[in-house]
Design a protein around this ligand. Sequence first.
Ligand code: GTP
Ligand code: MG
Length: 195
Amino acid sequence: LFAGPVDFVKGVVAMEGLPPPDRAEVCFAGRSNVGKSSLINALTGRKNIARASNTPGRTQEINYFTLGDDHYLVDLPGYGFAEAPVAVVAKWQRLLKAYLAGRQTLRRAFVLIDTRHGIKAVDEEILTLLDRSAVTFQVVMTKADKVKAADREKVLAQVRAALQKHPAAYPEIVLTSSEKGDGIETLRAIVAGIG
Ligand code: GTP
Ligand code: MG
């Protein structure tokens, strides 16, 4: 699907540090601990290329990875509760919002939603920012392995209803488990199709 290497490129702490906008990129946004870094590991097939951890607030920089020669995958710091000092969190939240609103080559934001929890108020804030910035976003449900099939349907219905209000939402929702591999091939194909 992807010709060329998977590599870590760099961690970025300010907008000036972003790599040259010379290829299509997709990013992974979501609440702290929702599973962004784990999903990047699953997509690239590299267990620890993005560092995942049980501590909310693990990823504190904008981390760039290549997936083949044509795509950047961008792992973002989470929003919402994080186990880090308030001033540090505020700094990365500003950077996160500046990035989401202002990156020319950002083709799609994947917004990760925990299948156990559905869309929360903090998610709504980000979805509204993406609407205003005209960045197409697609919801990816994470940790599907932790939820029974019947409960999944309830949460999916809540998410579908919430997306009605968002003009920038891409209609298809992808259900994933980085742990079990569900939905990972589907998501890879979606990324490959984004040029
Ligand atoms: P921050 O960088 O802190 O914002 O978190 P993150 O969104 O990058 O989450 P991360 O990938 O670090 O995962 C958080 C925790 O959830 C880790 O303990 C992961 O092992 C776990 N996790 C992630 N994806 C899955 C999944 O699909 N299934 C299960 N059961 N656990 C998962
Ligand atoms: Mg992370």
